[in-house]
Design a binder for this molecule. Structure first.
Ligand code: SF4
Length: 355
């Protein structure tokens, strides 16, 4: 396979590779940050987040001591906040155990919080030239199509097998290029949805799914359990200058982030007004907001919302806390409080004088 896969793949990569800011210096910290971000978002969407993160936290030492509120704010919009919390734990371990230097060792990398085989493989191969594979969904898709392999790619045994096969064929002199070539091929040519671009694929001659045009059948994934659907009602309290947020509990979904006050179920206008009064505010007017859905991996929130105009003298000063709510103007709320995308849909209404 080395000649038939590796050579054409590396040649293609040399001519077509993506120019990405984190690839330029082969710096393990930069590669790590980018790979964690890319686990949830496309390359183009990641770039501005990556640049902002690097400006604020340019190295492991800075990440290790970053206050949690700032860290979560920097991650706002990327979701999966536990990932950045684990990154900070990993940075702290690197400072304490490895004197602030990223370990140039695959197993040691996997011993860091939040780093699994894929991320360890990407960092080890690209930054340290260690010949270990980096197998993610893109790579599994390419490998399944190459051989019309109908095994479930979510199975650990399939991942292990693909890792072993790639370890055999990756070039010892530049394993990082090989892994990145596989990533780029999956992202640019062997596309997940719609038709892959087999006509420009360097592996077409070796690919059974490409030749038989059976790529829609691969990779096979056992269908996941349907998501649980939960109804929620979100309330935006607006007095013309402030809006109200509150901090979520330290544990559980979206732990430690900020939210607009919200409740289980679909509240009627009357019920929403009654809940508002329990916070000690005086509702003057209520207006329904457009409903939306937010999808987590296992749960789907169906969100109903109301903007509630409250009396101006309910809030006396910026940052005031009242019945667990923090009142802030829209700009301060946006700068200071990390509001996850589950709630961000309604943030655009907070600077409007409603009602
Ligand atoms: S030939 Fe087509 S299906 Fe096969 S790896 Fe290339 S893009 Fe994917």
């Amino acid at each position: 396979m080395q000649d038939t896969i590796t050579k054409p793949l590396l040649k293609w990569y040399g001519e077509n590779k993506r120019v990405l800011p984190w690839r330029e210096k082969k710096n393990p910290y930069e590669i790590w940050v980018s790979e964690i971000m890319l686990q949830q978002t496309r390359v183009e969407a990641v770039k501005p987040f990556y640049e902002r993160f690097m400006r604020e936290l340019p190295n492991v030492a800075a990440l290790a001591v970053c206050p949690e509120e700032k860290l979560l704010k920097l991650w706002e919009g990327l979701g999966y906040y536990n990932r950045v919390r684990n990154m900070q734990k990993a940075a702290q371990k690197i400072m304490e155990v490895y004197d602030g230097v990223f370990p140039a060792d695959y197993e040691a990398l996997k011993g860091l919080p939040g780093i699994g085989n894929y991320t360890a493989g990407a960092v080890a191969s690209i930054a340290f030239c260690i010949p270990v594979p980096a197998v993610d969904g893109n790579v599994l898709r390419v490998m399944a199509r190459l051989r019309e392999d109908g095994e479930d790619i979510l199975k650990q045994s399939v991942k292990n097998r693909v890792e072993a096969e790639l370890t055999e064929i990756m070039p010892a002199e530049d394993p990082g290029a090989f892994n990145q070539a596989m990533m780029d091929l999956g992202a640019m040519v062997c596309l997940p949805n719609g038709a892959p671009k087999c006509e420009v694929c360097p592996l077409f001659d070796q690919c059974l799914a490409g030749q038989h045009q059976t790529w829609t059948e691969y990779p096979f994934k056992k269908s996941a359990k349907p998501r649980r659907i939960e109804d929620r009602t979100v309330l935006l309290f607006l007095d013309g200058a402030h809006t109200a947020v509150r901090k979520r509990p330290k544990k559980g979904l979206l732990a430690g982030l900020y939210e607009f006050p919200n409740f289980d179920g679909v509240l009627s206008e009357q019920e929403a007004l009654e809940e508002a009064e329990k916070f000690g505010v005086t509702p003057l007017h209520i207006q329904a907001l457009p409903p939306y859905k937010h999808i987590f991996s296992h749960v789907e929130w169906h969100i109903t919302g109301y903007a509630i105009k409250i009396a101006g003298n309910d809030v006396e000063q910026e940052g005031e806390e009242k019945a667990g709510l923090i009142f802030a103007d829209a700009k301060t709320a946006a700068e200071r409080y990390a509001i996850p995308s589950a709630f961000a849909e309604y943030a655009k209404y907070t600077d409007l004088e409603r009602a």
